[in-house]
Design a protein around this ligand. Structure first.
Ligand code: SAH
Length: 288
């Protein structure tokens, strides 16, 4: 028996399926799920792609069974099956991709061994939620997960403080759950030390799913609204403004240019990154 027959090379797709609606799942992600014989994922995500998984072997599990789910997926694929492990949004953003690598490392997996790994990107919540709110991420932003199940709260609090101080737009994933309600209040208190009470805040619950809810409010009032496991909270920077019910962070063009394209007094025009010959005679760069 040849080596290849003894251990066929399986495939492990690690797939982000986007926020929920099929239209926001990429064609590559849909193709990966279609190609798989085995589909592994949290029940809610399997339900989101239920029409694609008919006739396949399905492994559903609850939220707290991630390690078992990742192991099962890796082992089936190692033994030769085509397996799709699915996460919502992007599997590499607070998703299953990291755990897959930890499992592979304990198995001393080699890149050219089995399974072949194919990581398929998806639209992560900060992007899908931003699109429902307007254009809040036009300038520098960061995301912070408020879940302290795996990360100690002082670490999270320090990151919130640094982000608030540095004037990032802040996307808060996992802001609260049924039992975990204190973190979002503390996050508010930290951010309020650096930002005005009128700073725009957007709340998106279940974006691009049938129960979608979008709220545009401000730092002083956002805690009055329902915030749960399926909500992403976007806190504006000091420059973010609201317009016609949208949340917008300016890129800064109008600080530099007038609307007719002229450079404002005291501003330098932007220079192209293509250097002219006098500055960088490329043709002579390597000549002696
Ligand atoms: N891998 C996922 C994130 C998983 S963490 C991704 O890339 O999007 C789970 C958190 O993601 C939730 O608590 C919520 O903050 C956010 N989230 C995921 N899907 C969402 C959706 N459809 N609408 C709003 N927030 C969502």
């Amino acid at each position: 028996m040849s080596e290849a027959e003894k251990s066929p090379r399986g495939v492990l797709y690690v797939v982000g399926i986007g926020p929920g609606a099929k239209e926001h799942c990429t064609p590559a992600a849909l193709a990966a799920i279609a190609d798989a014989e085995v589909v592994v994922g949290y029940s809610t995500y399997i339900a989101l792609v239920r029409d694609l998984v008919q006739g396949k072997e399905i492994h559903r599990s609850g939220m707290t069974e991630e390690i078992g789910r990742a192991r099962a997926a890796v082992e089936r694929a190692r033994d030769g099956a085509k397996v799709a492990l699915i996460s919502s949004g992007d599997a590499g953003v607070y998703g299953m991709a990291g755990l897959v690598f930890e499992v592979l490392r304990t198995m001393e997996w080699k890149r050219d061994g089995s399974p072949e790994l194919r990581i398929v990107p998806g639209v992560t919540a900060i992007n899908s939620c931003a699109s429902l709110l307007g254009a809040p991420l036009i300038h520098d932003f960061c995301t912070i997960s408020l879940s302290d199940l795996l990360t100690p709260w002082p670490v999270i609090a320090r990151r919130i403080e640094a982000a608030a101080q540095a004037d990032f737009v802040i996307g808060l994933y996992n802001p609260a759950s049924g039992r975990r309600t204190r973190q979002i209040v503390e996050a508010h208190d930290i951010i309020a030390r650096y930002r005005d009470g009128g700073t725009p805040v957007g709340l998106v619950k279940s974006g691009y799913r049938s129960i979608q809810k979008v709220v545009l409010t401000d730092l002083d009032h956002f805690l009055d609204y329902e915030i749960g496991m399926l909500t992403t909270v976007l806190v504006g920077s000091t420059n973010t403004f609201t317009f016609e019910g949208y949340m917008v962070t300016p890129r800064g063009y109008t600080n530099k240019y007038t609307w007719d394209g002229k450079v404002r007094p005291g501003q330098k025009p932007a220079r192209s990154l293509v250097l002219d010959e006098a500055e960088a005679p490329l043709s002579q760069e390597h000549s002696e």
